[in-house]
Design a binder for this molecule. Structure first.
Ligand code: SF4
Ligand code: SF4
Length: 380
């Protein structure tokens, strides 16, 4: 039986927190209902079907239910195991998109043939924005960035399979802040995708192989103080690595623990910005306050939180591909807030959320919080 499914006491406390249940009022679209379906699938009282694909596939894996569950039900791993049992449940287009995103070389080729990217990604604007982000890439990262000033430690930087393509400036910003805070930053070239998209897509075998590769690559760096990730979606998966999860830290949390607001100085910025705390950062990594506290180091910056803390913006891994209507409905109130405030910047710790929000409201600039901090860093 899937580990942890039997911990569910069916209290129903998670229902009121689940965005897909709230959108449908259907128990089968709730955490409790989905756990019951997965248990029935395991017991073979029901079999794989298109309807079951739909019910399990519409889960955003926001893990809000896991955050509030009093019984400690590990919903994320239960859902991954359930989807594996469903086999190749994803439609072809979604499987191709997942295969491309998690293989940087293939993704580069698809980007060179922009027409292919447009066929895989819904709507011309998404493909256009992905291509625009690629064009902002400032070139490959070096394998080692030595600490500036007196050295305090050594970290490994996880770049992710598409981090360089989708948010190169955030990775460069992370390097700048970490080295200025006194850390050597190792960026091993042989690192691979974290495995989250494969795990959530029912391909646990490939997710396991990717995890082993990353654990070997980062494990070979002696004396690492932390494995730091920039995108919270990757971080949520890295934190669950059996061999290295305990070493993982989200970049904002790490910089805060390293007393960056006290040690470094930032140029003032008189702006009102919206800050989005991704569900993975709040519900899984439990570090939702970290970017907001860190941004407080920029004098003059006024920060308003976007959306409801712990809720999902609708991107939900590949939910924007598989369930575009649900995805757009969850984004709508956030877009309303962006349009009302019309900020210059929307800050989010996950590039995928930024891209999804940008589909709804294109005018602000979408940045990772460390990007803005790095831009404002005083260099003297
Ligand atoms: S998952 Fe947790 S909160 Fe939800 S019904 Fe089961 S025990 Fe209750
Ligand atoms: S992970 Fe999110 S969408 Fe999925 S069942 Fe839990 S609360 Fe609902």
């Amino acid at each position: 039986m899937t580990t942890g499914a039997s911990l569910c006491v069916k209290c129903g406390l998670c229902l009121a927190e689940c965005p897909t249940y709230l959108a449908s009022s259907n128990e089968a679209n709730s955490p409790r209902g989905r756990i019951a379906l997965i248990r029935a699938l395991e017991a073979k009282t029901i079999g794989p079907s298109a309807h079951l694909n739909e019910l399990l596939g519409s889960c955003l894996l926001c893990r809000r239910c896991e955050r509030i569950c009093p019984s400690g039900v590990p919903f994320g791993s239960i859902m991954d195991a359930g989807r594996e049992r469903l086999g190749r449940y994803r439609p072809l287009r979604e499987r191709l998109a997942a295969a491309l995103i998690t293989r940087p070389r293939a993704m580069h080729k698809a980007m060179a043939a922009a027409g292919l990217l447009q066929r895989l990604l819904p709507g011309e604007s998404l493909a256009r924005q992905v291509l625009a982000r690629r064009d902002r890439d400032a070139g490959p990262l070096r394998r080692l960035y030595p600490a500036r000033g007196s050295k305090r430690g050594k970290v490994g930087l996880f770049t992710g399979c598409s981090g360089r393509l989708l948010d190169a400036e955030a990775l460069q910003g992370a390097v700048k802040l970490l080295t200025r805070a006194g850390y050597d930053v190792h960026v091993p070239e042989a690192q691979v995708c974290c495995g989250a998209l494969d795990a959530h897509g029912g391909n646990l075998r490939r997710a396991h192989a990717l995890r082993q590769k990353n654990e070997a690559v980062f494990g070979a760096i002696e004396g690492l103080d932390a494995l730091v990730s920039v995108a919270s979606g990757c971080g949520a998966h890295l934190a669950g690595y059996p061999g290295m999860g305990a070493l993982h830290k989200d970049i904002s949390e790490f910089l805060l623990d390293a007393s960056v607001p006290q040690r470094l100085r930032f140029r003032p910025l008189e702006e009102r910005v919206l800050a989005h705390v991704p569900c993975t950062l709040e519900n899984v990594l439990r570090a939702g306050d970290a970017p907001l506290e860190l941004l407080g180091a920029i004098p003059g910056l006024e920060i308003e939180e976007l959306g409801t803390r712990g809720g999902c913006c609708g991107a939900g891994g590949l939910t924007f591909l598989s369930h575009p209507r649900l995805s757009r409905a969850l984004r709508r109130p956030l877009v309303g807030q962006i349009e009302q405030l019309a900020p210059r910047f929307v800050l989010t710790s996950n590039a995928g959320c930024g891209l999804h929000l940008q589909q709804g409201a294109d005018s602000p600039e979408y940045l990772h919080p460390v990007t803005l901090l790095a831009r404002q860093l005083m260099t003297d």
